[in-house]
Every structure is written in C-alpha cells, then in structure tokens.
Design a protein around this ligand. Structure first.
Ligand SMILES: Nc1ccn([C@@H]2O[C@H](COP(=O)(O)OP(=O)(O)OP(=O)(O)O)[C@@H](O)[C@H]2O)c(=O)n1
Ligand SMILES: C[C@](O)(CO)[C@H](O)COP(=O)(O)O
Length: 379
C-alpha cells in the first residue's frame, strides 16, 4: 500500500493580502508552506508528496526542485485544476491512497492525518469536519434576515482522503466548480466518512488568520529535550578524539567514523529532540563514504536539520565516562569546538567526565561511554 499526499499550493491568496501568496509568507519563524510540508513529512503513513505550485512562483520551483520524496506539479486556474494536476503527477507510482490538503492549513495534526487514513479502511473517502456549533443566520445589508437550522451541518477541513483510483476517476468525470474534493467524490457516488476535525486546523484565508496560526504553532511546543548515548571500544592507537579534540592516549577508539563517542552522543541527543532517529539512520555504517569521517559532519547535519524543522539548539550537556584519559584538562577546548560547530556560546555547551569507579566495561578500560542531553527551542 502506497500512501501519497497532494498539497495544493498554487493559489494567489488574494483574500489574505500581503503582496505575496500566503503560502510563502513567514509564520512562526518559517514559511506557511514549510510548516504544512513538515506536518506531512513527519507523518509515518505518508510515502510521497506531490506539491502543486503556480508556474508564477519560480523561486519555489527552484527551492523545492531536488527535494527527496517531493514531486512538483504545475497548478491550474482553480483549486480543482490544481488537485487534478497533483493527482496526475502521482500516476504510475503505485499510489493506493491519497490525502488532498490545502497548503494554507499549516496546523494540521498527525492525529487528523491518521484518523482520515484509518477511515479509508471502511470508506472510499474520509475527511475531517467540525460540527457547526454557532447559530447560523442569513443576512443582507448588515442585517439578519433569517436563521438557518444548523443540525447536521459540518465545517469541512482537509486533508481529504480517498482511494487513489476512485478520486482520479471522480475528478475526470466532474465538470468543475466544486468547493472541495468531497463534493467531487460524492458526485461520483463515493461514500465519504466524517472524522473529527480539529479547531486548530484552520485555513489561513484572511490577514488576521496569520496571528491565530502563529499562536497555535508557537504554543504547540516551545522546548524539546533529547538524549543521546554512545559507546566505542578501545583498540590500537596513540590518541582518542573526544568532542572534536585529539587527546593523546596509549590506545585509540574503534569505529566506522573517527569514533568520537562524545560528539556522537550530542548528535544523537539533537536527533532525539527532533524525533528523527539517530546517526546510524542518517549516515549508515554500511556506507563506505563515512569510513574514518570526522564527526563534525554528523553534528552539523543534526543542527541543520533542526533549523529546517524550525528549531535551534539552546544548550547541550555531555558526560564522558572513562577511567583514562583524563578529560578535565581538555574540557574547555571540547566545549569551544562543539560550540563553534553548533553556532553557540561556550556557556551553552557543557562537557564533563566521570569514572565508573573501576566498575563495568568503562572501569576495566575496555571502552569509553558518553551521555548527552540537548535542549531545542523554537527558532
Ligand atoms: N488555482 C488554485 C487555487 C487554490 N489553490 C490552493 O487551494 C487551497 C485553498 O484555497 P484558498 O484558501 O482559497 O487559497 P487561495 O486561492 O490562495 O486564496 P484566495 O481565494 O484568497 O486567493 C490553497 O492551499 C491554495 O493554494 C491551488 O492550489 N490552485
Ligand atoms: C477544501 C476546503 O479547505 C474545505 O474547507 C475549502 O473549501 C478550500 O478553500 P476555498 O476558500 O473554498 O477555496
């Protein structure tokens, strides 16, 4: 089963104003589109994403051109035409389920994505909806002209999910002019389930919606913590590399890279705070290009990834566990080296050491272990 997302981002955002289409405007430290894409990249169920762009948004085409897992499609004159372009771009890729989402809904949650997909087990389509709770009026010339029955009414959200072949056929058969893809699906006779929507999953439409979305995203989580742990065994050699510093020793540390156990633990703590796996996933030991690699490559990558995801490292704390070599005389140099790599002040980087009282593998001087904690804050 291959699950794709079509994110339609070819609109002009005329109601939001601002001189730039709303998806390219800043929001809580990133662009609206970056938040939306990140939400789908973070969803474990999503295998690939088609991003539908306006031919006029040349900078976006260039920026996203070589992004792995992202297929770019040329948008049309209205939303439905852009959806069709996204669906066509997925043709021949074995897609069985597709979620269609407005780029202008950057606060969509993993819960909503999962619920829509789960409902596709029993329905041809599924979409989040919020039961209307306010009274509904009709009005004209600034006056109320009547009250509408709100029972059974829902406010429709995205992502709207469908079996891929069914929604492609439904769009091909529809003359156009629809509000959303659920309308297209129902016109083709498909059954669409309503799953609980999320009040925070707003569509940025008017200028004032940016402030609400910003509050939601910033309030989402402002601090993240991650931990890292690593061990390397001793082997032949005349030095060890710890937290980027070459320390003379009567043995070396063994590993695929330079075996910098401290820097590896710090790197893993950052990946951990981002919930993005560990060094081995990003730099597989089976790949010969990382043999003997200096570990600053890994740490730089983790810090860059944090930036791309809207986070910055605030501080790290690393504890090296070994009987020898003595770390204390080198600790400040280690802090300086790692601070420079991460773009931090030395005060935000702690390196300390302990023995294990001659107990265990570190006590027997078979290897060195390292523990690290990283704090990330919103960039
Ligand atoms: N030709 C179009 C029109 C709209 N959309 C996308 O459809 C979604 C919902 O549309 P809407 O909120 O109406 O966005 P805009 O069309 O950009 O806004 P406006 O109507 O204010 O211009 C948005 O993600 C928008 O980018 C699209 O991909 N192609
Ligand atoms: C698809 C949609 O998000 C459902 O609420 C919405 O209809 C799209 O926005 P528009 O303002 O109607 O173009």
């Amino acid at each position: 089963m291959t699950t794709a997302a079509v994110i339609v981002a070819a609109g002009r955002g005329t109601r939001a104003g601002g001189g730039v289409p709303k998806q390219w405007r800043p929001l809580a430290g990133r662009r609206v589109a970056d938040w939306t894409l990140e939400r789908f990249r973070a969803a474990p169920e999503i295998d690939l994403i088609a991003l539908v762009l306006s031919p006029d948004d040349r900078a976006a085409w260039e920026a996203f051109a070589d992004t792995p897992g992202l297929i770019l499609a040329r948008g049309g004159a209205d939303r439905a035409a852009s959806v069709r372009a996204g669906l066509t771009a997925l043709d021949g890729r074995g897609v069985t389920r597709v979620l269609i989402h407005d780029v202008a809904r950057p606060c969509v949650s993993g819960r909503v994505i999962a619920d829509v997909l789960a409902a596709l087990d029993t329905h041809d389509g599924a979409a989040p909806g919020l039961a209307v709770t306010d009274a509904l009026w009709t009005g004209a010339d600034g006056e109320v002209t009547g009250t509408q029955d709100r029972s059974g009414l829902f406010a429709a959200q995205t992502p709207q999910g469908f079996r891929y072949d069914a929604i492609v056929a439904a769009h091909a058969a529809h003359p156009g002019g629809t509000a959303d893809d659920v309308e297209v699906a129902r016109a083709a006779g498909l059954r669409v389930a309503i799953v609980p929507g999320d009040p925070d999953n707003l569509k940025i439409t008017q200028a004032e919606d940016f402030a609400r979305a910003e509050r939601i995203l910033r309030g989402d989580m402002t601090v993240r913590l991650g931990n890292g742990f690593d061990v390397h065994r001793f082997g032949p050699g005349d030095h060890v590399t710890l937290c980027g510093v070459k320390v003379p020793h009567d043995r070396g540390l063994q590993g695929h890279s330079d075996a910098d156990v401290g820097m590896h633990a710090v790197t893993d703590a950052i990946y951990g705070a981002l919930a993005r796996g560990d060094i081995g996933q990003h730099f597989p030991p089976s790949d010969p290009q990382w043999k003997g690699a200096a570990s600053d490559i890994f740490l730089r990558h983790a810090v860059e990834l944090a930036g791309q995801m809207g986070w910055r490292v605030a501080n790290v704390d690393c504890t090296l566990i070994c009987e020898r070599p003595k770390v204390g005389p080198h600790a400040d140099r280690m802090r300086d080296v790692m601070a420079r790599i991460m773009g931090l002040d030395r005060d935000a980087v702690s390196v300390k050491a302990t023995t294990s009282e001659r107990l265990g593998f570190t006590g027997r001087e078979e290897g060195i272990a390292a523990l690290a904690t990283a704090t990330l804050v919103r960039a």
